[in-house]
Design a protein. Sequence first.
Length: 356
Amino acid sequence: MDNKENAITLKQLTTFAISAQIGLGILTLPSTLAKKMGHDGWIAVALSGCIIVILITFIILLMNKYQNSSILDINILLYGKYLGMFFNFIFVCYLLFITGLGNRFFAEVIRIIVLNQTPVLVIGALVSIPTIYQTTKGLKVICRFATLLLLAHILLILTFLLVLKNVRFTYLLPIGESGFFAITKNITYAFYSFLGIELITIFYPNVTNKKNAAKHIIAGSIYVTIIYIIIIIFSTALFGENKLKMLIFPMYSIEQSIKVPILERLDIFFIGFWFPIMAGSVRSYFFSSYYCLSEIFKTRRKELLIPIVFIISLSIGRIPKSLEDIFTYMNHLGLLGTANILLMVFSFFVSLVKRR
């Protein structure tokens, strides 16, 4: 544990993981799943939630065996200096790239919805200012802010009740029409939305009380699964799978369809609530990138790493030329993120062999 600024509780670690998971992907997840498996997307999310709970169980068992070590230290212990450093290098590159692409995607969403004439680079730089500020204050402040974002999740879900009369749950029938093969073949698109849970392996040593860690982390993943299922079921039941396939940001379209007296445009409130949630997701990866680099290089002047991570993330964000390119790169990163999680699970079994 570095200092008091980075000392957190188990509940704060859970909310940090939730903040990393919910934010970016859910904007396009309903339409993506509708294209791949029709109205059965919620089934893929439920199965992904079950899989992630199983994987988390093994990851927590691994972290409990090395309670004062992060995944960076564990890789060195289990695989040796050179192979462990290679795995750490891949992991940090994954964090940096997802930070850069996440920031670019966030900027693109703002450009499409709000600031049509503002350059994406300018938007990306401006939205990074709160992230940079919170990073200078430490992990504890970021986790506290992530806790506040849970209220925004609930408020946005409650707004669905305003158009409940327009929902047709018959759009969800027959259940399983796309077939088991199609669901399992495309389940990865649902699983990618759970990426972010791997960040707990970085900050697990910073937790002051690790009792019942598995219960808290699993509860957080169940919460994420329920939020995803509600959003996907409601999006499908409101628009139908055919129209849902044509929408870019289904959640924003839901808020646009809500007409409320006095407030008039509820989508403005959606922007006010959801943009901080998206920023929280990017912030989780930004801080993780910064923290991992500070652990690897052991530099005394860690504040110098913040502008370095900022410049690298903005540079990576310039690689995609369009929104479609961002989705393509994010899918590739999804594969890499899944591989990192599977490596952590594999490391648990390696630790058993090493111990013997």
